[in-house]
Design a protein around this ligand. Structure first.
Ligand code: GLC
Length: 423
């Protein structure tokens, strides 16, 4: 299996060494770059996802920082090169040519030849930039990051932030969790990727994907937990890159997340849909604020004890399920052909980088190591799959999925003898 950790040559090696070798090979195999050096990035999967996806790229950059820091910097500089003059960086960037014909209708572009989508993805860029810089400091890279992030954050504040500083989304795929059951209720037949979803895209296309116009028109919009957690993490990253005032913004966003999105009855976070109504479906996004250094300790302890480690909820054998096992919408495997609906139960590699630092911060070192140990065993057995069944561990989706290499960072964070570091 190209780049997989479970290949024949790796048999007999210690699983961590096997994963390390497989991750490095996978990153190299999925890398692509322009002959003129204008861009270079890791394709999440060479066949399924040949374009540059924002949060995939952030995960890949953090993984590259453990293998080849120069590549990590190029990965993020490529996102920076895709920044529009107004500061926006798209969910997906089409460096290799326009979006494929068969996808153009469903993609969030205004014209097929647009160089990137007009939508957002969890804005993790500040988190990734700081992490890459911390592993291999580079002053030019730091300065570039401060500039790029300053413009990106200004765009997000201008176009997406409410009076409380929290960002809104205009489509469920902007949350990174395309078909998450959290948005089933407000979207119904227009949920991703049901046929009605195309109408939602079309309406947003007519509004040039303007969130403010979508809100004014009374169209679907939401305040998403994961997007806002990434937003706070990006501010923390900017602070670690040396920007005065960024730490205060991170704390303010964290406080607003707790105030507006935490449900003290259930001990988990829920997004708010149109009209500000809480959408009470327990998905892993409801645990993502664990990543935030400013999260009140008692909130973190409830997330861990009542949800993450609870065997009837998220504490399944092959972590971390994308939906709590006690939700009626939970499906541990694929939802079936022809419409495969993502993020409705299976475990994805994007999840643990939010949760492991939170466990470490709470002093739950055993739980953090156990979680990473299971991911290592899973990757050693199945290779770097796009997602996997949290009950059987069976690998699903793309077969050479580069964001999974972020496991290198989690292995380093939980290595015995390492002091707990915050995310
Ligand atoms: C799916 C995921 C999205 C990810 C993309 C590429 O669309 O839902 O989060 O960025 O695949 O991996």
């Amino acid at each position: 299996m190209p780049g997989g950790a479970g290949d024949d040559e790796g048999r007999g090696m210690d699983p961590e060494a096997q994963v390390h070798r497989g991750a490095a090979a996978l990153l190299a195999a999925n890398w692509c770059e322009a002959a003129d050096g204008r861009w270079g990035y890791t394709r999440p999967d060479p066949f399924k996802y040949p374009d540059q996806f924002l949060w995939d790229s952030c995960m890949c950059a953090v993984a590259w920082a453990h293998v080849d820091p120069a590549r990590a910097r190029r990965e993020l500089r490529s996102l920076a090169a895709a920044q529009r003059p107004d500061g926006h960086i798209g969910h997906t960037v089409f460096w290799r040519g326009p979006v494929r014909w068969n996808r153009a209708l469903a993609y969030n572009v205004v014209r097929r030849r647009d160089p990137a989508t007009w939508t957002i993805q969890p804005p993790l860029l500040g988190w990734a930039w700081a992490r890459v810089h911390e592993r291999a400091p580079d002053e030019g890279f730091r300065v570039r990051g401060v500039r790029v992030l300053g413009r990106l954050h200004a765009w997000l504040e201008r176009e997406r932030a409410g009076p409380d500083g929290l960002l809104g989304i205009l489509q469920p795929d902007e949350s990174g969790l395309d078909a998450t059951p959290a948005y089933d209720r407000p979207l119904g037949w227009r949920a991703h990727p049901r046929p009605g979803f195309l109408l939602l895209v079309q309406a947003n296309r007519r509004r040039r994907f303007s969130y403010r116009r979508a809100v004014a028109a009374g169209a679907f919009h939401a305040v998403d937990v994961l997007v806002n957690t990434a937003w706070a993490l990006s501010w923390h990253g900017l602070a670690r890159l040396g920007v005065a005032g960024a730490e205060d913004r991170a704390r303010e966003v964290t406080a607003a997340i707790v105030r507006r999105l935490y449900d003290p009855d259930r001990g988990i976070f829920f997004p708010r849909g149109p009209g500000g109504r809480p959408l009470r479906v327990a998905t892993w996004a409801g645990l993502a604020p664990l990543a935030l250094p400013g999260l009140p300790e008692e909130v973190g302890r409830r997330l861990v004890g009542e949800h993450l480690l609870h065997p009837g909820r998220f504490g399944l054998p092959w972590p971390v399920p994308s939906v709590s096992a006690d939700e009626p919408s939970f499906r541990p495997g694929d939802t079936g052909w022809p419409i495969r609906r993502y993020w409705r139960g299976p475990s994805w590699p994007f999840t643990p980088p939010f949760l492991v630092p939170g466990l470490l911060r709470l002093g739950e070192h055993g739980a953090a190591r156990d979680l990473v140990g299971r991911l290592v065993a899973q990757a050693a057995r199945e290779g770097f799959r796009e997602y996997h069944d949290p009950v059987s561990g069976r690998g699903l989706g793309g077969r050479a999925f580069a964001p999974g290499a972020v496991l290198l960072d989690l292995m380093a964070l939980t290595a015995p003898g390492r002091p707990a570091r915050s995310g």
